[in-house]
Design a protein. Sequence first.
Length: 128
Amino acid sequence: MPFVDISYIEDQHKEEDISSICRVVHSSLIEHFNISEDNFFQLLHPKKQEHVLKNSTFHVSGVRSDRYLVIRITCTEGRTTQQKQGLYDSIASGINKSCNISKADILILLYETAPSAWCFGDGTAFGN
């Protein structure tokens, strides 16, 4: 069960681009992490320009622009390095193709946790 947070600078993306970004992330998770289509939890975080501090050239082949995205994915552990790399490439390529956002502008962070770290409601740990 991945939970996705997407942060971006407000006024830098059209509403249809945000929807497309969400679809690309979800379809990439379905393809590479084998989640079900209804396993969909995303939270969007538009930020003011002055609240986004970044190094525009650190560890990328290009330069980060104001269309910069931070995609944080929290999921249960157990995926292979190959699955993770496939996910990263699928998200970056899909967003680049559908929204014309440079791959240098797409930062993806993956956090893996034990199933017992999740409570979907009712005060009960996942898997209990």
